[in-house]
Design a protein around this ligand. Structure first.
Ligand code: ZDR
Length: 292
């Protein structure tokens, strides 16, 4: 099975291309678990499928490394645009991509035939508590206390197609991400679970962010999370509408436009391609994991 390995700021994905070949009836959830395994597979935060679309230039499906299928992925979709454009599968600019959270428009910045960066119209944020979804009531979940064990976190809930829980902290580096991340991810307040972001505000246009992703754990970057964080920053009076989000894997530029759309700009990188010997039929095989 041929694959391409790509990343957006270190948030990495295995791409499988079914654009011209028809999609096999595979169990992609099980395949994602297998291919994303960093010891037994290729290693990635997620699996991306390149598919044809009837409503857009192409269709993207994403699976987290635990096999769950999120609605959207901001980093993968920039890689997706680079993949389509550089292989001349789609040469229009802007190009459109169908996702589970709707059709998104992407502008590619090209130098000497290579896509250097991609600006994605990430659409409008969703703030209604029941649509994020959360079990909260009222118009928004804004800096609202949430108990985890014996601690209290002040959270803002934003959906960018997928759910996000943002907490402002004084020192992002000090957050015990692997300890608190899973507890917020699976908190009953978030019935479909959530991505978790800790944001340290440096000034009105500059923040540091660390992320614990739903279904994937700690990752080096998060595109939808950066957009959700920008919305949380503005609504909590922390920054202006145009910010740089510093992630462990690098920086994303996010602007919450006057049209209520989020615009995210960042790089996309192709690392290698090859053929993997794991076959979809192998995906039932379980291996024992060693706790690290
Ligand atoms: C955070 C993410 N990698 C991105 O860049 O937007 C999205 C991956 C999907 C996420 N783990 C989820 O919503 O389950």
């Amino acid at each position: 099975m041929k694959f391409t390995k790509m990343h957006g700021l270190g948030n990495d994905f295995v791409f499988l291309d079914y654009f011209n070949s028809g999609t096999p009836a595979e169990d992609f959830a099980a395949l994602a678990v297998k291919l994303c395994d960093r010891n037994f597979g290729i290693g990635a935060d997620g699996l991306a499928l390149v598919l044809p679309s009837e409503t857009a230039d192409a269709r993207m499906r994403i699976f987290n490394s635990d096999g769950s299928e999120p609605e959207m992925c901001g980093n993968a979709i920039r890689c997706f645009a680079k993949y389509l454009y550089e292989r001349q599968l789609v040469v229009s600019n802007p190009l459109s991509v169908e996702t589970l959270s709707g059709v998104l428009k992407l502008n590619v910045t090209v130098r000497e035939g290579r896509v250097e960066s991609v600006t994605v119209d990430m659409g409008e944020p969703i703030l209604q508590p029941e649509l994020v979804p959360t079990t909260g009531s009222g118009a928004t979940v804004l800096n609202q206390p949430l108990s985890v064990d014996d601690r209290e976190f002040f959270i803002t809930a934003v959906s960018m197609g997928n759910p996000h829980c943002i907490t402002f902290v004084d020192d992002a580096a000090a957050v015990q991400l692997a300890e608190i991340g899973p507890k917020l991810e699976t908190h009953e307040f978030f019935p479909r679970h959530t991505n978790v972001e800790f944001v340290q505000v440096l000034d009105s246009s500059d923040v540091i962010m660390r992320v614990w992703e739903r279904g994937a754990g700690a990752t080096l970057a998060c595109g939808t999370g950066a957009c959700a964080a920008a919305v949380a920053c503005v609504l909590n009076g922390k920054t202006g509408r145009k910010i740089k989000v510093r992630l462990p894997g690098g920086d994303l530029l996010v602007e919450w436009g006057s049209d209520n759309h989020l615009y995210m700009t960042g790089p996309a990188t192709e690392v290698f391609y090859g053929e993997v010997l794991i076959q979809p039929a192998d995906t039932g095989v379980k291996h024992r994991r060693v706790e690290k």
